[in-house]
Design a protein around this ligand. Structure first.
Ligand SMILES: [Zn+2]
Length: 191
């Protein structure tokens, strides 16, 4: 009996049975698509369907809470926030331009074309909009689009990363969580 109790407490501490908060299930995606063809809208909608499953999943929570940087459970450029606080901020959905805890991703998405650029997408601090380059968008899978949308949206929450491809850039919140989303979106059957 005692060993059973011990086993259960170990499992709980490993978060095997930890539940995601209600906010993970109720999270909404308010992504307004601007001047987009039906096919492209469909790709974005598939990406959002993936995101809905990812955000509600135990695995998404687990990976954010366990993200490591410099040997500690942390992200780079974390604005002094713990992994748990970053996860909570995501579910709260508090964009700097729309600072209400509305439990949603609020974005506008517009495509542009620049064949000479290596930039997949970008956003500007004073805009709710995210711009994605069709040069990449057209060949991207919904999993890639889900990852890019999340990356850009995390900028809207105030998270940043090194401009140049430094060694630590991939540990930043937009990159780190963008990679988690990409990884989970590629194998949604595990969610
Ligand atoms: Zn970025």
């Amino acid at each position: 009996m005692r060993s059973l109790f011990l086993l259960l407490s170990i499992l709980f501490s490993l978060e095997v049975f930890a539940e995601v908060p209600e906010a993970a299930h109720t999270f909404e995606f308010n992504v307004k698509m601007l001047r987009m063809s039906r096919n492209r809208e469909e790709k974005v909608n598939e990406a959002i369907d993936l995101l809905r499953r990812i955000f509600a999943s135990q695995e998404f929570r687990r990976r954010i809470l366990n993200h490591r940087f410099k040997g500690r459970k942390a992200f780079a450029n974390n604005r002094g926030m713990s992994n748990q606080q970053i996860y909570n901020a995501i579910l709260a959905g508090v964009e700097r331009l729309k600072p209400t805890r509305n439990n949603a991703m609020d974005l506008e998405l517009e495509l542009y074309t620049d064949h000479d650029s290596k930039v997949m997408g970008y956003t500007l601090p004073r805009s709710r909009r995210v711009w994605m380059n069709t040069k990449f968008f057209n060949r991207h899978t919904p999993a890639n689009v889900a990852s890019n949308l999340t990356h850009e949206w995390l900028h809207k929450l105030g998270f940043d990363h090194d401009y140049k491809a430094t060694w630590k850039r991939k540990y930043s919140v937009p990159y780190g969580i963008g990679y988690i989303v990409r990884d989970l979106a590629r194998r949604p059957w595990t969610l």
